[in-house]
Design a protein around this ligand. Structure first.
Ligand code: G6P
Length: 367
């Protein structure tokens, strides 16, 4: 068959392992690495006239959008509104001239996202579509098509499409920033250089597969799991929790680390594993102090950080997962890997159907 699992036990595992290649493939079509430039397809509208960005998606694609919101604001300084498609469509959103709607979808067919696209279009918004299926409805109906080159994704739980979406969205954010005069040549060169490091860093992350597998048993017995992160690692915490519930059926919640004290901290006891996603960087200290609040209440922490982070804060954790040291821009792309692998190994330990989880569909074409 054209599409098979190769040496892998599940499609999901195969797709996790394809990420260095498909992210490189995707980046290649959006970056001119030697020149240090981002290179998007030229839109037939004026990018510099975009005054507001609205991001709409569902599921994992929505979390890619949440990460991108940080980038659009940071680089291009445009206000960003983001919503899940099923809410956006029915809340009478305000859409003014100069608005760019970005839909993000692996399939390009998700009914809620497609309905949101059509609604925004009828309200005069310009539409960019980040989709993995270039012949899909969303691809056809958008003003600007930005394909991810992840290849066919078979596992119901999305993995490689997510990391490729992030790669495209980072390039788009840089491109918009450039069009709006918010990015000088040196800054653009830096962004391109950091993004180009992602495939090797993903490889580095995959090297920790066995140590993640070894600790999956500690999570597999839990009834509830909490994921914490700050900044672009907050959407990653949400994505980690989604992956775990989708395929292992363990109840999991992602929370902004700083928001934990406003509720979820009440859940903490020795039975609730808390996965803390905290690459070293400007937000590290703050996240670690939230982690210590968990530990002070007997919570069992799994810290995912780089060598420096693990050295600084790994003591007293149930387990640590050490990632390669990466620039904060690509951290959400690289840290997606341990989060996916953890969910994968927990599901395998529980014996659930990894590629075809109960009640879920790969592409949801009803609203
Ligand atoms: C379904 C899938 C998810 C996916 C979501 C959005 O719920 O099970 O993995 O993230 O749809 O799909 P899309 O194709 O629009 O990215």
């Amino acid at each position: 068959a054209l599409i098979d699992k190769g040496n892998h036990r599940h499609f999901m595992q195969k797709e996790i392992y394809e990420q260095p290649i498909v992210v490189a493939q995707t980046l290649r079509s959006y970056l001119q690495r030697m020149e240090g430039k981002v290179a998007l397809p030229i839109p037939d509208f004026d990018l510099s006239a975009i005054r507001r960005v609205t991001i709409v998606a569902c599921g994992t694609s929505y979390y890619a959008g949440m990460v991108a919101k940080y980038w659009f604001e940071q680089f291009a300084r445009v206000p960003v509104d983001i919503d899940v498609a099923s809410e956006f469509r029915y809340r009478a959103p305000v859409m003014e001239p100069g608005g760019l709607m970005i839909v993000i979808s692996q399939s390009g067919e998700t009914a809620d996202t497609l309905a949101a696209l059509r609604h925004a279009k009828s309200e005069g918004q310009t539409i960019a579509a980040v989709v993995n299926v270039p012949t899909s409805s969303m691809a056809r109906e958008a003003d600007l098509l930005l394909p991810t080159h992840a290849g066919p994704e078979i596992g119901v739980a999305s993995t490689k499409a997510f990391s490729c979406q992030l790669a495209v969205l980072a390039a788009l954010a840089a491109n918009l920033a450039k069009a709006k005069g918010k990015l000088d040549e040196a800054e653009e060169r830096d962004i391109v250089r950091h993004l180009a490091e992602a495939p090797a860093a993903i490889n580095g992350a995959l090297a920790y597969d066995e140590s993640i597998e070894a600790m999956a048993g500690a999570v597999a017995g839990a009834r509830d799991v909490l994921y914490l992160g700050r900044g672009t690692d907050y959407p990653l915490a949400l994505e980690g929790a989604l992956k775990l519930k989708e395929i292992s059926y363990i109840h999991a919640e992602g929370y902004a680390a700083g928001e934990m004290k406003h509720g979820p901290i009440a859940l903490i006891d020795e039975h609730v594993p808390v996965i803390v996603i905290a690459p070293s960087g400007p937000l590290f200290e703050k996240t670690v102090s939230n982690m210590q609040e968990v530990q002070a209440r007997g919570g069992k922490v799994v810290l995912i950080s780089d060598y420096d982070g693990v050295a600084a804060a790994g003591q007293g954790c149930l387990a640590t997962i050490t990632m390669p040291k990466v620039h904060p821009l690509i951290a959400p792309i690289v840290y997606a890997v341990p989060v996916q692998l953890l969910a994968y190994h927990v599901a395998v330990a529980k014996g659930t159907d990894v590629d075809q989880p109960r009640n879920l569909a790969k592409s949801v074409t009803v609203e």
